[in-house]
Design a protein. Structure first.
Length: 498
């Protein structure tokens, strides 16, 4: 939750971040204005020159230093994540652990991926040495969400930093304390220049950053905001990477390990109170194992509870307004012939939502088509996996997906129109730092993580260096008729055969 105070005396406007379990104020932060953002970007320009000149080795050392600080103070960061989002300490730890893996990978691999590589010069230009290397963009603006306030923005920040950019980071208004902690600890490892800076505030501050002339915007958040960001970024032709919402599907084939698939469904749907962009929201199950699968999911869901006490498997909804969306999706599904085999309308409480499993829900209903972002899941029976693939792909989103199958796992995974697919384990791709992560359709475009994530925050620079002059000059007015004839013969020998 957040609240804003407007100051009448002209002093700085501020807002509070609040504990979603109690509404207690966790911290008070400035609402940064367009001028504040412009000053940060200006400072970042100088920092970027210094950081990029340090070179891969020294940058990697600094990033390793930061990694050590984050790791040693993991408990401290978990507490802030817990206070601002309501998620249990152990979930915060899992999220931060994955982020540390990515930080380590980006620091270690930046030089190998982005440094100079030789390319074949080809027959026509055999006298040239061709190479490509990736240069930093300059200043990257990162705009983050609240649901994974460490893992998600660091997926852009650490890769942008490892590629040699300075970063101005606008965390969600729900999690400014997490953002501040990350920026402060980075400054301990890199005290010389403000290579990673924080700006705080609401959407207007994010819009100011998008408009500020940064060299790229890395946005993670809802599809709706992603569209606004693209429109704003277009004013300056600022490139963007958009990591937006999802409506991830799981396929369960007849030969799947049903116990593992049921476990993955319940955890994938309910962990972090379902507030996971790659959470499992829809499941398509082969009719031969449907009843068995549903009864396992029901059993497991009954052992899971949302609450603010230490025994609860997940916490309250971070953003109170999401309660209405979830209630709306459940009510609509039930009104249109769906059945709740676990939970239902009453599962939506004052702060928490209890696990809800819906069956027989029409495919065109909101619970199947729109991002619910709550601990709910729909399960549908399909006659075969081809129908499962068709229904899974019938979505405007395409972020992640999961397949539980023995024989056809790889084949089904390839046919799903999503950026990433996990086979026989939930969300596993998110923990593999060498894999790219990103969406299709309304889930966005561009990639963070892995080599693709490093390249996303750099520009390729191609260099052709002449090693010796050609006996016949092609790129000169001195080119003769004889050269043209020779060239025509040469190209015919090379490419003229059918
Ligand atoms: P959101 O779109 O409401 O906000 C995200 C960020 O954008 C916040 O920092 C917000 O202040 C800022 N913002 C809002 N309006 C802006 C504007 N006009 N210009 C610039 N910035 C603006 O999203 P949220 O509620 O914080 O996060 C939840 C959403 O994020 C869900 O849809 C979820 O699926 C998605 N998400 C996606 C990924 C992914 O990797 N694809 C990861 C996590 C979350």
């Amino acid at each position: 939750m957040t609240t804003m105070q407007r100051q009448r005396d002209g002093s700085e406007e501020t807002f509070d971040s609040r504990d979603p379990a109690t509404d207690d104020v966790v911290g008070t932060y400035p609402v940064h204005t367009t001028e504040d953002v412009a000053e940060s970007v200006e400072r970042a320009r100088r920092a970027a020159d210094w950081w990029s000149a340090l070179g891969y080795q020294q940058r990697a050392e600094r990033l390793r230093l930061w990694k050590g600080i984050v790791t040693r103070r993991l408990d401290q960061l978990c507490e802030i994540v817990h206070a601002e989002t309501g998620k249990p300490h152990s979930d915060a730890q899992l999220e931060i652990t994955l982020a540390i893996e990515h930080l380590a990978w980006a620091a270690k691999n930046a030089k190998k991926i982005l440094g100079a590589h030789r390319r074949p010069a080809g027959n026509l230009m055999a006298n040239q040495a061709a190479s490509v290397e990736h240069h930093p963009l300059g200043v990257v603006g990162v705009i983050g969400p609240w649901n994974y306030p460490v893992y998600t923005p660091l997926g852009s920040i650490t890769y942008a930093l490892a590629a040699g950019n300075a970063v101005v980071f606008k965390p969600s208004e729900f999690t400014p304390g997490v953002g501040k902690w990350l920026v402060d600890t980075f400054a301990e490892a890199v005290p010389e220049y403000p290579v990673l800076q924080l700006v705080t505030g609401y959407g207007d501050t994010g819009a100011a950053l998008t408009r500020s002339g940064v060299d790229k915007i890395a946005f993670t958040g809802s599809t709706e905001t992603g569209k606004k960001i693209m429109a704003t970024a277009a004013e300056n032709l600022t490139p963007v990477v958009i990591e937006a919402g999802g409506k991830d599907a799981m396929l369960v084939d007849a030969d799947a390990d049903l116990e593992a698939a049921a476990d993955a469904t319940v955890w994938g749907a309910c962990s972090n109170a379902g507030q996971t962009c790659i959470g499992v929201e829809r499941v398509y199950v082969h009719e031969r194992v449907y009843d068995d699968f549903v009864s396992r999911v029901v059993d497991k869901s009954n052992g899971v509870r949302g609450g603010s006490d230490s025994d609860a498997e997940y916490g309250p909804m971070t953003m109170r307004s999401q309660l209405d969306v979830i209630r709306g999706h459940i009510s609509d599904a039930l009104a249109r012939g769906g059945r709740a085999v676990v939970g239902g309308r009453d599962a939506v409480q004052e702060r928490e939502v209890q696990p809800t499993v819906l069956v027989d829900v029409p495919e065109d209903s909101a619970a199947v088509q729109e991002e619910t972002f709550g601990p709910t899941v729909t399960i549908a029976r399909v006659p075969d996996m081809d129908e499962g693939v068709r229904r899974a792909n019938n979505s405007r989103y395409g972020l992640g997906s999961t397949v539980f199958a023995k024989r056809r796992g790889m084949e089904l995974a390839r046919r799903l129109r999503t950026g990433q697919t996990a086979i026989n384990a939930p969300l596993s791709f998110a923990g593999i730092a060498s894999l790219p992560f990103g969406g299709v359709g309304d889930s966005g475009f561009g990639r963070i993580h892995g080599p693709e994530g490093l390249r996303e925050f750099s520009r390729p620079k191609a260099i052709a260096r002449q090693r010796f002059p050609m006996p016949v000059a092609l790129t000169s007015f001195a080119r003769s008729e004889k050269t043209d004839t020779l060239l025509a013969k040469f190209i015919t020998i090379l490419h003229g055969n059918r």
